[in-house]
Design a protein around this ligand. Sequence first.
Ligand SMILES: NC(=O)c1ccc[n+]([C@@H]2O[C@H](COP(=O)([O-])OP(=O)(O)OC[C@H]3O[C@@H](n4cnc5c(N)ncnc54)[C@H](O)[C@@H]3O)[C@@H](O)[C@H]2O)c1
Ligand SMILES: O=C(O)C[C@H](O)C(=O)O
Length: 342
Amino acid sequence: MFSRAIKPVTSVAAQNGLKKFSTTSQKNFKVVVAGAAGGIGQPLALLLKQNKLVTKLALYDIAPVTPGVAVDLSHMDTPAKVTGHQGPDQLADAIKGADVVVIPAGVPRKPGMTRDDLFNTNASIVRDLAACVAKNSPKAIVAIITNPVNSMVPIASEVMKKAGVYDANRILGVTTLDVVRAAAFIGEINGVDPQTVSIPVIGGHSGVTIIPLLSQSKPAVKLSDQAKIDALTQRIQEAGTEVVKAKAGGGSATLSMAYAGARLTGSVLRGLNGESNVVECAYIKSDLTEATYFANPVVLGKNGVEKNLGFGQLNDYEKKLLKAAIPELQKNIKTGEDFAKK
Ligand SMILES: NC(=O)c1ccc[n+]([C@@H]2O[C@H](COP(=O)([O-])OP(=O)(O)OC[C@H]3O[C@@H](n4cnc5c(N)ncnc54)[C@H](O)[C@@H]3O)[C@@H](O)[C@H]2O)c1
Ligand SMILES: O=C(O)C[C@H](O)C(=O)O
C-alpha cells in the first residue's frame, strides 16, 4: 500500500521523452522567432512553445498584433516564457541572449511569382535582422526560412562578415520542408508511414536547385520506371508552387513550413544540448561543389553545424539534376552577396 510513496520521482527530462539526459544536463535555451505574427511565424511559435528545451521564446514582428500573439501563447501550460516585441525599437531586446534565431520574416509568393521575385522586398529585411543578431547575439544559430533562401543565407553571411562575427557553422538555410515533402510523397507511394522514410534532398530551395536523391531513399522508392522517378522529382521541386496555386492568392505554405521549421529548430536545440548524431539537411556554406552554398545532410552539435556529411554517390539522373542546379545556385548566391556588399 506504500508503493506509491516510495516510487522514484520521474525526472522532468524523462517525462518529456529526453530519457538520455538527467535534469542537470538539460540546458535552457532562448529561441527568437523573427516574423512571428505571420502565416508561418504563429504556428511555428505554437510548436516551439511546446518544445521542452525552450525556456524563453521571444516573438518579434513589425505587425501590431505581435504582443497579443505573445499573450495568447503565454497562457499555454508549458515552461517556455513568452515575450512579444513589436517594431525595430524592440528588436535588440528580443535578440539579446538568443541561442537560436529563426527568421520567417518577409513576403510570400502569389500565383505566377518565382521565389526570386521576393528578393527586392525580403533582402533588406533579412539584412537588417542579421545585423541586429551580429550586434546583440553574435553566437546565436540563425535559421533562415525567408525566400529566396538561396540568396538570403549569403546575405546574412556577408552581414556577419562585415560585423566581424561570421561563423559559417551558425547560419543555416531551412530546406527541411523539401525533406518533409519528399518523405510524405514517398510514404504515400510505398504505402508506409512517412516518418519511417529517410530521404536526403540536396542543393538549394527553389525549382531545379531542389534535388531529391531518390536513389538513396530508405526504404527504396517503389517506382518501376524512370518516367515515374522524373515525375516524383518534379513534384518535389514544384511542391511549393503546388501550395501557392492551391491557396489562390492567399500566400504559400505556412502550416507544413511551421512543422518543418519546428523540426529543424528542435534538432538545432538537441545538438546544442549535447545530443549526438542529430542529422538534418540544411543549406550552408560549402566547398563540396562549385556553388559556395549548398544543402545536404549535416550533423548538428554544440556549435551549430558540426560535420558536413556530403551527399554520397549520385546516379546518372541525379548527376544531371546537380549539373542543372549549380549555375542557378551560383546566380542566386551572387545576387545575395552583391546586395550585401553594396
Ligand atoms: N524555406 C521554406 O521552405 C519556406 C516555406 C514557406 C515560406 N517561406 C517563406 O517564408 C516567408 C514568410 O512567409 P509567410 O507565409 O509567413 O508570410 P506572411 O506574410 O504571412 O508573414 C510574414 C511576417 O513577416 C513580418 N515582417 C515583415 N517585415 C518584417 C521585418 N522587417 N521584421 C520582422 N517581421 C517582418 C510580417 O509582418 C508578417 O507577420 C516568405 O518569404 C516565404 O516565401 C519559406
Ligand atoms: O513556394 C514558396 O514560395 C514557399 C516555400 O518556398 C515552399 O517551398 O513552400
